[in-house]
Design a binder for this molecule. Structure first.
Ligand code: AMP
Length: 487
């Protein structure tokens, strides 16, 4: 960090067209993420890109925005049977997310966006292809089927995006990709993204890219490492009580509470008011005026609790959020990382607590798999007669043999199916209790000393005080935000 002043660019400065800026504003994006800041100008210049970035870094917008900008600038119609842009994705879920992003960012541009993937009938895809598509997001296997049946052609593709290339390798899609590539025009722009660079992926990149600009950002896990995280297992019906205790019992500063839905956010605000806590909700149904007022009260501290949905929270540009509470877990595991990252802005660190009910355990395991960490957990359930379930270990995930993974993220020894490292003494494949209260403190992940120092000073922002967690000595690394008044 020595002496480098980083000036954050705005989307306007990146030179994006007005209809795109409008859509970004509606989506609540205020500031480009680092990968967007790096990649957008290069893509606009027509450069090929080799992007080393994971999901969760904003990489979809990093390619979707400049692609849409260029499509609009060039004009023209999509070719019958084919597309102008081809995005290859390893999974249907990712393909759907990418297509949704193109639709949302391009909402004021009117381009056609279609997905083509397996597991669904061919008919609809065939008809869409026949009409011509501006942006086609496809998994390689089904696209190859269409090519073989003569219902798709790629000879008019102007931009090719290969997303999550290392996942393509893992899923055995490399042969399909190698069959597709020669049918694309040589004169095209290629944007290649991968979280890791195993040898085979590096080789593929070398074959596909012409004089690529390399852009690289830290993996999302880096955020997760900076934040002291805790899971509180609790029944859905008791979340309200636990939240009020969390917020009342401590010297809690500016706190962002995440709710999955707009209704949920409103309900939490109402309940907090009944419990004597001043909070505002911020979500898509609130007017601009209401949002601004809520943000101002949050910044000033007159209503230091803001209850937000994921979408609305992206537009919140407030430093010194000391605590993040996830009232419910998000549907998409990456959102968990974005949520906790709100306490860790500008290199600061913070604390994040998630209230997890039994029906959310699948989501918790997906999060732990993503961040490759077993998050320290406490059992606040009223009925602790049965242990909190853990994912059943089924051995290594299917796919490439261990020896060939070659630097791939995730998997590996010492991890359960969730991908999270197993805590010592907890054999995989069995249910284990989440631990309860103080007994479980020992499993809390120790923060590196430098980080823990910073956390402590950050946390003093309101009244120069913070609570000692679970009987830890002052200054020890287990100091944390504790729930007051448990019954
Ligand atoms: P991705 O890495 O593309 O999967 O993006 C992760 C999440 O970040 C998605 O939910 C995006 O909608 C969101 N996102 C991407 N760029 C921004 C931005 N500049 N500001 C706020 N949220 C963003």
């Amino acid at each position: 960090m020595s002496g480098i002043i980083h000036i954050v660019t705005s989307f306007t400065e990146l030179g994006l067209a007005t209809p795109l800026l409008r859509a970004l504003d509606e989506a609540g994006y205020t500031t480009p993420t680092p990968i967007q800041e790096q990649a957008i100008p290069l893509v606009l210049q027509g450069r090929d890109i080799l992007g080393i970035a994971q999901t969760g870094t904003g990489k979809t917008a990093a390619f979707a925005l400049p692609i849409l900008h260029q499509l609009a600038a060039k004009g023209g119609r999509p070719p019958r049977g084919g597309s102008r842009v081809l995005v290859l994705s390893p999974t249907r879920e990712l393909a759907t997310q990418i297509a949704d992003s193109f639709k949302s960012y391009g909402a004021h541009l009117g381009f056609s966006v279609t997905t083509v993937f397996g597991g669904v009938p061919h008919g609809g895809q065939r008809r869409a292809l026949a009409a011509g598509i501006d942006v086609l997001v496809a998994t390689p296997g089904r696209l190859l089927d269409h090519m073989a049946a003569g219902t798709a052609r790629l000879d008019r593709v102007e931009v090719l995006v290969l997303d999550e290339a290392d996942q393509m390798l893992d899923k055995g899609f490399l042969p399909a990709i190698r069959k597709l590539i020669p049918t694309l025009p040589k004169a095209r722009q290629t944007l290649f993204f991968s979280a890791t660079m195993p040898t085979e992926i590096g080789r593929l990149a070398g074959e596909l890219l012409r004089d690529p600009a390399r852009v690289e950002v830290a993996p999302v896990a880096t955020t997760a490492e900076r934040v002291a995280q805790r899971i509180l297992h609790v029944e859905t019906a008791r979340k309200r009580l636990l939240l009020a205790r969390l917020l009342k019992g401590e010297s809690v500063g500016r706190t962002l509470v995440f709710a999955r839905t707009k209704h949920g956010a409103d309900r939490v605000v109402k309940q907090l008011a009944q419990d004597g806590l001043s909070a505002n909700a911020i979500h898509g149904n609130k007017s601009q005026g209401q949002r601004e007022r809520a943000l101002q009260e949050f910044r000033e501290g007159s209503a230091p609790i803001l209850v937000a949905t994921d979408i609305a929270a992206r537009g919140i540009d407030v430093d010194n959020v000391t605590h993040v509470v996830q009232y419910d877990l998000p549907d998409v595991p990456e959102s968990y990382v974005h949520r906790i990252g709100r306490t860790a802005r500008a290199g600061a660190s913070g604390e994040a607590v998630a209230l997890v009910a039994a029906e959310e355990l699948d989501k918790l395991w997906a999060v732990e798999k993503l961040i490759r960490t077993a998050i320290p957990a406490e059992d606040h359930r009223q009925d602790q007669s049965s242990p909190v379930a853990r994912p059943v270990q089924t051995g290594r995930p299917a796919g490439r043999p261990q020896g060939k993974r070659d630097g791939h993220r995730g998997g590996g020894q010492g991890r359960g199916r969730s991908g999270a490292p197993r805590p010592q003494g907890q054999p995989g494949g069995q249910q284990r209790p989440a631990g309860s209260g103080a007994a479980n403190q020992t499993r809390r992940r120790a923060m590196p000393a430098a980080v823990s120092e910073q956390t402590r000073s950050d946390r003093r922002w309101r009244d120069g005080d913070f609570r000692d967690g679970g009987g830890a000595k002052p200054g020890s690394r287990t100091q944390t935000w504790r729930v007051g008044g448990e019954d």
